[in-house]
Design a protein around this ligand. Structure first.
Ligand code: NAI
Ligand code: MG
Length: 378
């Protein structure tokens, strides 16, 4: 029996191509796994009205972790129009599979490493080595929203906070509210994971990015909890920075930061910024991590205009697989993959179009596989 059981979710478009590319690397390092294919994506929305069928959830429940490529998703009306004729008019609504996976499997932590591989022409600067920890299930994306605003909600809000009074004259249909929900448990969990990561990998600082001078309650709670958690980690400094200043500092002095921790919306914004300063979508790997299960995926989508051309950069997918190896405890394989990616970039002879080259997805992945595999156990 294989040592690990992995849900294999290629999805749509270039998701399929980059997953094939990552497989070359996983096989080369001798990763001992049984891969179980899972149906996910647009094809299943069109034919079944469900982009994440129940049978796929069952596959995930029977595996140790999942590797996911990318999916296509379209706005509500276009989604309805592409449904098989037999399914139209039944009130089926497209729901994002990845958001559903985060909820179904309590994948509370979104981790995005942003490492400037030396010699990558797309680096904003050399020497950047950041890891963003984004809370993945609450905050501004908790899904508690009101529009039109029910009278009861308005009355209760005003009874508990006079600031609501300034909207008295706005009609229910002309006001919308999204609740930013931070729990002590959610805050403590994400901050603790950020510190544990800093400790394990030797980062000297954890920066909490909030706005407590304005968002007194929610940001205030995040920062208070961060100060408490920091006491458990001698030798790692807690830096506190406001979100607006942070986007400036990340362009000016990105090499000064190590681990960064944020609530959901701020983390969403910061992690895209951090991805861009180390090469953009072709390099942006991520992990959606829970207590017992994790789904690893590149940040990019299905890039339909490049599908079938064997042209896109496989590094984001390969680095997502690398994170999976590390999470599964295969530290040696993980470091061999990271070093191989670094070596291929530093040599600079094989590059996909986004790096100014003309090599194929497969050529670049094979080069990484060859280097990562050298010295692999047979
Ligand atoms: P996208 O990420 O698919 O592509 C945008 C552009 O980024 C591409 O046209 C290409 O120029 C570049 N790019 C993306 N991946 C690259 C790679 N590996 N190497 C080199 N260049 C790369 O975003 P887009 O075009 O907005 O969305 C396409 C579809 O993907 C949509 O249906 C969207 O809903 C979906 N999507 C899915 C995501 C997911 O599965 N997690 C995330 C983002 C978008
Ligand atoms: Mg995003």
């Amino acid at each position: 029996m294989a040592k690990h059981k992995i849900a294999w979710l290629p999805g749509d478009g270039i998701g399929i191509e980059v997953m094939d590319a990552a497989r070359l690397v996983l096989d080369a390092v001798g990763f001992d796994a049984e891969y179980v294919h899972g149906d996910i994506g647009w094809e299943f929305w069109k034919s079944e009205g469900e982009p994440l069928p129940q049978r796929t959830l069952d596959v995930l429940r029977s595996t140790d972790a999942a590797l996911f490529g990318a999916i296509t998703s379209l706005p509500k009306e276009e989604a309805e129009n592409e449904l098989d004729a037999s399914l139209r008019g039944k009130g089926l609504v497209y729901r994002s599979p990845i958001v559903r996976l985060r909820q179904e499997f309590h994948l509370h932590t979104n981790r995005r490493p942003c490492f400037a591989f030396p010699g990558n022409p797309l680096n904003l600067k050399e020497g950047i080595d950041l890891v963003v920890f984004r809370e993945n299930t609450e905050g501004m994306y908790a899904g508690v929203e009101y529009h039109p605003l029910p009278d009861e909600v308005r009355t209760v809000l005003k009874a508990h906070n006079p600031a609501m009074g300034k909207f008295d004259k706005v009609a229910a249909g002309d006001i919308a509210i999204t609740c930013r929900i931070i729990t002590r448990q959610g805050a403590e969990n994400i901050v603790r994971r950020a510190f544990e990561h800093a400790k394990k990998y030797g980062y000297p600082t954890v920066t909490i990015v909030e706005k407590p001078n304005v968002l007194r309650e929610t940001s205030g709670l995040m920062v208070r909890v961060a100060r408490e958690v920091a006491k458990d980690f001698d030798g790692i400094d807690l830096w506190e920075t406001n979100i607006d200043a942070m986007v400036m500092w990340l362009i000016k002095n990105p090499q000064d930061y190590g681990v960064i921790v944020c609530s959901n919306l701020f983390g969403d914004v910061i992690s895209d910024l951090c991805a861009q300063i180390v090469g953009g979508l072709g390099f942006a790997a991520s992990g959606n991590i829970g207590d017992r299960y994790a789904v690893f995926e590149p940040t990019h989508g299905s890039a339909p205009k490049y599908f079938g051309q064997n042209k896109v950069n496989p590094m984001a997918m390969i680095l997502s697989a690398q994170m999976m190896l590390d999470w599964l405890g295969e530290a040696d394989m993980a470091s061999r993959v990271k070093n191989a990616v670094g070596a291929v970039i530093a040599e600079g002879t094989l590059r996909t179009y986004d790096m100014g080259g003309s090599n194929t997805t497969t050529e670049v992945a094979q080069a990484v596989a060859d280097k990562a595999g050298a010295g692999a156990p047979a």
